[in-house]
Write a protein that binds this ligand. Sequence first.
Ligand SMILES: *[C@@H]1O[C@H](CO)[C@@H](O)[C@H](O)[C@H]1NC(C)=O
Length: 350
Amino acid sequence: MGRLINWAESRSGPEEFHSSLLLLPLESNSHCHRHGNMNRRPPLLLFLFLLLLLLHLIFLPRSDSSAACSTKCGSLDVRYPFGTGFGCGAPNFFPAVTCDGDSDSNRQLTLNTHVGKYPITSISYSASTVTVMPPLMSTCATMHPAGSPAFGLDWSAPFQIAPAASVFVLLACASPLAVGPPLCDPAAGPRLCSSLLACPAVAAIGLPLYAPTNTCCVYSPAGLGPKGDLDIQRLGCSSYASVKSTGPWSQTDASTWEYGVVLQYGEAGTSVAEDVVTAEACSACEGSGGACGYAPPKDYFVCVCDSGLNTSTDCYGLSADELKNFWSTSTATATATNHPTWTITSSRGN
Ligand SMILES: *[C@@H]1O[C@H](CO)[C@@H](O)[C@H](O)[C@H]1NC(C)=O
């Protein structure tokens, strides 16, 4: 095997390329040393170096929207079953979930319902939950009168309220008795309510600071009504907050809590066997840098790769890394034939 010389160590200059492929001719008998006849070859070396660099740049994975499906929407990592558009992710998550926005800087994963569009602010792939921030939901910092209905989900979409992960707190209720127990949680209610009513933003919903807690109710049913809606006006209230149970509730300062509605997602409608096959194919696809998708009309699984190509397996063989592996493997084979050979090494990530 020829000796490997790292150009980046022996000369200054190539480090300014973010990633450089280094190419040096080495004869197996080692006549060629650093100060030997190698110096007569720079034009050829330079030419080949630039050629390799060019190839490398051409095969760099593209992060723009050249691929039909993206693994990012704004700052969120988008993985199966979520997708950034039609044909991406799992078929029953579109059009319930879309990646809205017209430029990379303002893209936002969004849950679309018959009530409104809710920005998805986080996804827990391990717990199969998402957090959504309905624009008319109140928080300690900003309070609003809610629309009617206040919040809603489509039964046809694979989302439902995650039990116990967040609670709805109904605010500015005209007639607390109309809500009353058992709908209002008497245990958690007074403490959560008095903390929220200490937020100066309550003025926006027509309440004085430190209003009596009987205008407030921690709504304890974990689900929504028959239409999939939270109709707080029917309950005599005009605003709501949804507080995440993971937040530091021990603090009475409601400005330190986390807000948002936590939803459980699942893929209703596919059989268990289908799920397993897709999950395996999909994790191989995502492991190779691709995004999982489906091809209508039969919605067969496809792996959508950065290069713009779709495969039924994964993106290996279509990426820059694979090209490098291929070349270094063929070099190892050529060395054994005892001819002068080219040795390629990459200085990336030293
Ligand atoms: C790849 O799949 C995506 C998602 O299904 C689709 O939008 C796109 O047109 C496909 N591209 C090709 C080249 O078939």
